[in-house]
Design a protein. Structure first.
Length: 279
């Protein structure tokens, strides 16, 4: 049966999937947040989540354990996938909504002692984290259907890069539509934060990049060269293929966009009616 409960930042619904015995969709105020299959954590329903997984698989050797920080927990889809995919990994999940975290722990418990859940503001938690302590930082924080302004600035990205080891990977999920004012500014912000040296690319569905619809884009950044060819192969083989934008094509997309700092940062644009709602 569906579970409906008031949480700190809205109304959460856990909706069972009639096609998969122990699979659930989590929404908050109608916006999809997570999809998990308790019997098959390797099943990643959302396209953007699969693209994040491809970036992890391309960026680290097969089965290599990683120390991961997940900013934004939801139902912890990525943490559930990463543990079995890379045994020995240690994971920190940061979720600001305490009542949502409690609901997920109650209805969708995860028995993995290597995963620690922190109910805290993502920006504040990151500021307290030790430098050079993580291989992977994933920023997937949405207040309803928008990325909060505090998680879009160059100061925030620099703090995330500080937490990473020199060969670590930073991933961010954002959403936008043509003419991509927000997306371009986020790419410019990442490029500015990597000014001392690094690499950057973008993963997105071709229809989004062509301006046909509002959608997700995954930003990938590292101080080391990114495995663009391997990542392109993985994204192209998906049931819903994505493009990898890198190098000169990425520079053309960024154009004259400027990085944003804490004083000028804004939340991501509000999706058009029906873009991400369910039922």
């Amino acid at each position: 049966m569906p579970v409906v409960r008031a949480v700190d930042f809205g109304t959460a619904r856990l909706l069972p999937d009639i096609d998969r015995t122990r699979a659930w969709l989590l929404t908050v105020d109608g916006s999809p947040q997570s999809y998990v299959d308790l019997d098959d954590p390797g099943h990643l329903e959302f396209e953007y989540v699969r693209r994040i997984a491809y970036a992890v698989r391309a960026g680290f050797a097969d089965g290599e354990p990683v120390d991961a920080v997940h900013l934004g927990g939801g139902a912890m889809t990525l943490a559930r996938w990463l543990g079995p995919d890379r045994p020995g990994s240690r994971q920190q999940v940061v979720e600001a909504d305490r009542r949502l975290a409690a609901l997920v722990a109650e209805v969708l418990p995860m028995d993995d002692p290597s995963v620690t859940v922190h109910t805290a503001d993502a920006r504040a938690w990151l500021a307290r984290a030790g430098g050079g302590t993580a291989d992977l930082v994933v920023a997937d924080v949405f207040g309803g259907s928008r990325v909060p302004a505090a998680l879009t600035s160059v100061e925030f990205v620099r703090d995330a890069l500080r937490v990473l080891r020199p060969d670590g990977v930073y991933l961010a999920n954002v959403a936008d539509a043509a003419p991509f004012a927000f997306l371009r500014s986020q790419l410019a912000t990442l490029r500015s934060a990597l000014a001392g040296g690094g690499d950057l690319c973008l993963l997105a569905e071709p229809g989004v990049l062509r301006g046909r619809r509002f959608g997700n884009a995954v930003l990938v950044a590292s101080r080391r060269p990114l495995p663009v060819e391997a990542l392109s192969r993985l994204c192209a083989a998906d049931a819903f293929p994505a493009r990898v934008v890198h190098g000169p094509a990425l520079s053309r997309l960024i154009g004259r966009a400027h990085p944003v700092d804490d004083a000028t940062a804004t939340a991501s644009p509000r999706p058009p009616e029906g873009a991400f709602t369910v039922g």
